[in-house]
Design a protein around this ligand. Sequence first.
Ligand code: SF4
Length: 854
Amino acid sequence: MVDRIAEIWGTRTPYARDERWPVRVDQVLAEGVQESEIEGWVQSACVLCSNGCGLDIAVKDGAMVGVRGRATDIVNHGRLGPKGLFASWQGVESKDRLTVPLVRENGVLVESDWETAMERIVSRSKGLLDEKGPLSHGFYTSGQLFLEEYYAQAIVGKAGIGTPHMDGNTRLCTATAAAAMKESFGSDGQPGSYVDVDECDAMFLFGHNMAETQTVLWMRVLDRIAGPDKPRIVCVDPRDTDVARNAEVHLPVKPGTNLALMHGLVRELFMNGWIDQDYIDRHTMNANELRATVEPWTPEAVAETCGVEANDVRRAAEIFGTSDRVLSTVLQGFYQSSQATASSCAVNNMHLLRGLLGKPGCGILQMNGQPTAQNNRECGADGDLSGFRNWANPDHVQELADLWNVDASVIPHWAPPTHAMQIFRYVEQGSIEFLWVSATNPAVSLPELRRIRDILSADSLFLVVQDLYLTETAQYADVVLPAAAWGEKTGTFTNVNRTVHLSEKAVDPPGECRSDLDTFLDYSKRMGFTQLDGTPLLDWDGPEEAFTAWVECTRGRPCDYTGITYDKLRGGSGVPWPCNEEHPDGTVRLYRDGVFPTDPEYCESYGHDLLTGASVDPETYKAMNPGGRAIFKSAPYHSAHETPDEDYPFRFTTGRTVYHFHTRTKTARSPQLNDAAPDVWVEMSVKDSESYGLVEGDIVQVESRRGQITAPVRISDIRDGSIFAPFHYGYWEENGAPSSTFRAANELTITEWDPVSKQPVLKNAAVKVSKVADGTGSAPAPTTTASRPARTQPSKERGDTDSPEQRLDESIKENRGGRAKRVVLPTVGGAAAQASEVIAPVDPPAVATKEEHS
Ligand code: SF4
């Protein structure tokens, strides 16, 4: 047994380049439950991050009592991380689950029934449609529903109501991934594969704290590092993450300066001739424009702007430029920062310059954050047209109209879909009066929360919230619908490297909870939405019929599911799309032939100017005639709109801890995870804390121009001049709203977004810090991750005489700096923190298409 709270990544199973990642099966059962008592194991996959690890749910007496990684799964080879082990099943079984609909009466939410709740929704919805038309309606969904649910919602919104105001919290996490791939390759669709971890010589992690956000993928990397031929790691992150600690080169850039760094790296590739001119000539366009854009960015210029060493820029570029096989991953450090799309496209540019795509070990993983974000983007619940179709291409709109048997004019395509930040602006301005929020919590996750609370509580707004618990957002609702959770319904979802899994219903939902699919189908029926022939718009009798309908929607598109059925997904492993007649076992990596979906008749987008966000019009794009070539896209660097000054001298950045997911809706209800990271903290460097006279645990106020939070300080190895706070913590324990003090990191963030992806800028704001009180102990920050105490923390306050490394180790052992300990945690009504690991003497799962694997 292993304490998987302290030992986040478990036991190493080293392997060499081009070997298959060994199997290790991780399992946890509720305390007191023996394996022999399990009545059934039900196939599923984890929905607590974008990794999508295959697992089976243990069922006993009609309840979920544990999980076990699936040894046969191509994603995780049996492994699970702390969130998968401890939150997936416990996170939905808390006593405070919503079990009946709630409606607002005299200003108070009271228990009701489905008939009453749906009647209120439909009555308001019909009234507004009659009076003010479809633009009165907005939908804000999630990255955590199932594919079938997104597709239903997309059809309801586009073909039923006809509103362009649809988006998801994927806008906060993956919008830039999609945008960067559309700009560079013509369509969304992950070029690389997790298999590339097995085969690469170097890995670049751009703003991606994989060690905490995709723990199982990081286990794969750690196992490569522990084996022969270990990959060289380069890390771009202002914090001292575990990725940074394993990196040969760590570039701790100032928040907000990513694009300057990327220009420097691209320039080094050009200047040193680390490019594949033949690949560039045959498969790309606009290389000369790219070269001109990056020309001013010498390593010294990068060093001055980004606060890194010029020689480190040279070293990183040399690793990229001289390694045979490079895998790059990108996440929120780029996506939620200034010039997000331009910075992320720069990663694509580096691979295109060297022709490092579509070959073993040469992947790009523009990562997702959430487990089903990919499906939201594919299905179009985020506003895009379903099946990666182009809203500006009338033929694509007509294809959907034919598929759904509706008039094409109903489907909104006269302008780009409305992104989340604009949807909330329209609510603020009063033109959206009906907002349906499903499985997300904007009252904690959106920037500038004081403003968001005002928007959600506006008298003009009729707010529907569909969730498992009475979240901070649900507290503002007019109607709250209780949703069935993962494990309580059947559906499919697709992880970040395009792998589709089936998640079967394991247990009945509590009380009157319904699946989101059933709720959307019910709404469509009650609203009387019909096809042209008068038959119901949606008449699916369950998730499998919804999936079958979706498969038809993908026929011939980049995300082709036509070779996938529920039966194909049962029993074995996940299947990576495209899966069709040509690729019956799925496709490990895209663009093996160097042909990209940029043809004007096929592409998902005609692209944008990356500096301003201006759309490229169809005629200009056609005249450019990419014809299957990838496009080098870039923009000049500009500094962040809000930078430190005399009044607000620090750069503020938000992020994650390994023990929580999003706003802790599930993870805070897992006792093991909640104990590991029970409350908010802020991080500050040793030098900055000394200049402010602060010691570990002192209570500080961090204030921006928009709000303030109060929290204990963790003196960490974050770069000087930067302040970090995890964004997970809100106010649901305080009935949804802040009482005496504020603790949500997004109180401080700014209402600003990337001009292309429209992803909010959550990772750079200017703040000031002041001491509120002496601390009474250490900050409640985990000591096992990037939030660990500084290696260089001065010892005089504690009288330490040992080395920084020894002090760090002692702080972990003694739980001096947080709750994550190297001892077994107390059990609070669930499984202990210990999980079993079986390093299985069986063959690892084969990749989907053997010939694609070297
Ligand atoms: S890595 Fe992600 S998908 Fe896998 S077990 Fe952990 S939280 Fe779940």
